[in-house]
Design a protein around this ligand. Structure first.
Ligand SMILES: NC(=O)c1ccc[n+]([C@@H]2O[C@H](COP(=O)([O-])OP(=O)(O)OC[C@H]3O[C@@H](n4cnc5c(N)ncnc54)[C@H](OP(=O)(O)O)[C@@H]3O)[C@@H](O)[C@H]2O)c1
Length: 416
């Protein structure tokens, strides 16, 4: 099963590479020009998968300081699932186009844009709207793709690795010999955390993940526990005084557990609240449970007495609300250096053509079956419809096993 998935991912990546290479060679002109419309995945209202469909939207044009990108692949992150459910603070109004990251080819430059040319292969953060054939985003959120990185890897790179890097190195100051506990270790951020930890000598990584993923990720994590195990006891059994860094994307009762596991001078970082998601649509009970009833009330005096650091991290807020694009560009430079030195590599779980998948299969994308995260891919990089159908039966099973990697979805009228 795992082999099938890996072969499938490779097949589709080769297909994207072939198309992407051809388009780049043609100066990115394929499908460019004077089209007035493009297709995008539109979320009509917060809720289940039935609220998503492909619609025609007006072709975006770059404003001053923006790049127009012909999208090849887009990341499907856990936050997209939370957005779909309306499970985020101050959600924007619907209808909206989800998606916060993509890879593709520069198709036009807004006024005053420097450093990029039409035809450049790029990856980018976008403040919504990434699940579309074409996006425009400010130049400060755009990064050139290294020559040997394909479009699917590039769409899997920014969110996972920037989040992991900033938490480990900017917030928690990871150093030689330290130990880290990370939840959802098989997910996109979890796997990026594991890879970055391996760039520092003698770092011990404790991870929690669903048991069926353990075989696939066992080499990236020093001590793996089932997500339902009593991980506090398990960690203490191995390391009596706990860990130096806790990365908590679950929230709820895990906040108190994480704090209790910190060694003196250790750092706990809250960066998600996956526990809020318990089904296809938002559950007010889960929301209340994760947010109000079970989160440890932190007393600063206790932190002082116990020598503990507590922090929060939100990449999207840093980028889009707190104007730290320049800082993140510096982090991307460091990450690309690590990539070019072959020290890190985005892992693609499976490649999903949205037009080939049923709602039932897609529903699993947001659930526990995957390791790492999914990406969507625009139709411009898809195979022809006949080859799509030919591959569909096999590819649509992608990600149901215990593989590592990331999925790709194509955008078309029939999808979502
Ligand atoms: N603050 C930030 O800047 C930032 C940036 C990126 C991501 N995040 C957060 O990091 C977490 C992981 O994101 P990701 O994109 O890496 O996720 P992902 O690749 O989609 O992986 C998700 C994994 O999370 C686990 N999980 C835990 N609770 C879950 C639930 N209630 N429903 C479904 N799956 C659940 C599952 O693994 P197991 O079954 O193995 O536990 C699942 O496979 C999310 O909480 C996300 O919001 C935060």
């Amino acid at each position: 099963m795992a082999k099938e998935g890996a072969q499938r991912a490779e097949e589709t990546e080769q297909m994207i590479d072939k198309e992407g290479g051809r388009e780049a060679a043609e100066g990115g002109s394929l499908r460019a020009g004077d089209a007035k419309e493009m297709r995008a995945v539109v979320l009509s209202a917060f809720g289940g998968l039935n609220k998503l469909r492909v619609s025609k939207k007006a072709m975006p044009e770059p404003q001053e300081g923006e790049l127009k990108i012909r999208v090849k692949a887009c990341g499907l992150n856990f936050i997209d699932l939370m957005v779909r459910q309306g499970n985020i603070d101050n959600p924007p109004k619907t209808p909206l186009v989800p998606g916060f990251e993509c890879s593709g080819i520069v198709e036009a430059l807004g006024d005053s844009v420097k450093g990029f040319e039409i035809g450049d292969r790029v990856m980018a953060f976008v403040n919504y709207n990434a699940w579309a054939e074409v996006v425009c985003t400010p130049v400060e959120f755009v990064y050139r793709i290294p020559d040997d990185m394909n479009f699917s890897e590039a769409a899997a790179f920014p969110m996972n690795f920037v989040t992991a890097y900033m938490m480990l190195f900017e917030v928690a100051n990871l150093r030689e010999g330290m130990s880290v506990l990370v939840h959802s270790a098989g997910g996109g951020v979890g796997q990026a955390v594991a890879q970055l930890c391996s760039t520092i000598p003698n770092v011990t990584v404790f991870g929690t993940a669903s048991s069926f993923k353990h075989e696939a990720i066992k080499n990236s994590v020093t001590h793996l526990f089932d997500r339902n195990a009593d991980y506090v006891q398990e960690v203490k059994r191995i390391s009596a005084d706990g860990v130096d860094i806790v990365l908590d994307c679950l929230c709820g009762e895990n906040t108190g557990k994480g704090l209790s596991l910190l060694k003196p001078l250790g750092t706990y970082i809250l960066y998600g609240s996956s526990n809020m998601v318990t089904g296809e649509t938002k559950s007010f009970f889960s929301f209340a449970k994760s947010q109000w009833w079970q989160v440890e009330k932190v007393n600063p005096i206790k932190l002082y007495e116990e020598n503990k650091v507590i922090a929060g991290f939100s990449l999207l807020n840093l980028l889009f609300k707190q104007n730290r694009g320049g800082l993140i560009k510096g982090v991307m430079d460091k990450l690309l250096h690590l990539y070019n030195s072959k020290k890190i590599k985005p892992v693609v779980d499976s490649l999903w053509a949205l037009e080939e998948t049923t709602a039932r299969r897609r529903a699993r994308l947001g659930r526990r079956r995957r390791t790492t995260k999914a990406t969507t891919r625009t139709r411009s990089a898809c195979p022809s419809s006949s080859s799509s159908q030919r591959r569909g039966g096999r590819r649509s099973r992608g990600g149901e096993g215990n593989k590592t990697g990331k999925s790709l979805l194509c955008i078309s009228e029939q999808m979502l």
